[in-house]
Design a binder for this molecule. Structure first.
Ligand code: PEP
Length: 257
């Protein structure tokens, strides 16, 4: 979209150990030309256990690839066994962290209030949240997807200031399109991303909304990314399955402007 730098983020989910992570990042970095990495911002989101290895590779080879976590604790530190704080991610050189992915909303019963708390925790340590929203199949079938997603967005942004919102990334990911091979049509993705931007404008004003990147996610692959990314309110993609295959992920990055 207009004036916003396209962002392509690979959500690896619970795939690839640290050795496999190094191999994949090396392949991606080898394939992409410096000019391609200037026009499109490329982000990988590996499992926590891979982050130190990714950091070492990115720093050592000065790769223009950013990385982040797939989740963080809403707490700063303390008695929260198994959780990872935003400060830990920031210390590893992460720029981004996903909050509110539909798999965490489903597997770990995360609600909008918790997602908002996680987004706040991310901002407090200088991480940029990639905040995910999206409707399930039955809501799309009923035709109430816009109200559903905008309500989710408004609640997930509770307490986020305009200054913080100016740097956030929103990912619209219809649940029925995640990992199913069923991509939303480019027009459906555009319509929802435009509605999301409208909601951001009503909460934070037109100027801030015009600068926020809104991504589409849900079965993005090299073959459909071009059409999606040319839509005016779609500023890139959050990519799951296809981000695990270097050629596919690189193909998606090349679908940017
Ligand atoms: C995701 O996990 O955010 C996602 C969009 O997955 P996939 O690309 O596999 O549908």
């Amino acid at each position: 979209g207009t004036g916003r730098r396209t962002l392509v983020a690979g959500n690896w989910k619970m795939n690839l150990n640290h050795l496999e992570a190094i191999a994949l990042v090396q392949k991606i970095a080898f394939d992409l030309k410096p000019a391609e990495l200037e026009t499109v911002e490329v982000v990988v989101l590996p499992p926590f256990t891979d982050l130190r290895s990714v950091q070492t590779l990115v720093d050592g080879d000065k790769l223009a690839i950013a990385y982040g976590g797939q989740d963080l604790s809403p707490y700063a530190s303390g008695a929260h066994t198994g959780d990872i704080s935003g400060a830990m991610l920031a210390k590893l050189g992460c720029d981004y962290v996903v909050v509110g992915h539909s798999e965490r909303r489903a597997d770990h019963h995360e609600d909008d209030a918790l997602v908002a708390a996680k987004a706040k925790a991310a901002f407090s340590v200088g991480l940029t949240p990639i905040l995910c929203v999206g409707e399930p199949e039955e809501i799309r079938a009923a035709g109430t997807q816009v109200e559903h997603v905008l309500r989710q967005l408004e609640r997930s942004l509770a307490g986020i200031t305009a200054e913080q919102a100016a740097t956030i990334v929103i990912a619209y990911e219809p649940v029925w399109a995640i990992g199913t091979g069923r991509t939303a049509s480019a027009q459906d993705a555009q319509d929802m991303c435009a509605a999301v931007r409208g909601q951001l404008a009503s909460q934070y004003g037109d100027e801030i909304a015009a600068g926020i990147r809104v991504l589409y996610g849900g079965s993005v692959k090299a073959a459909n990314a071009g059409e999606l990314f040319t839509m005016p309110d779609v500023d890139g993609g959050l990519v799951g399955g296809a981000s695990l295959v270097a050629e596919e992920f690189v193909g998606i990055v090349r679908s940017g402007p």
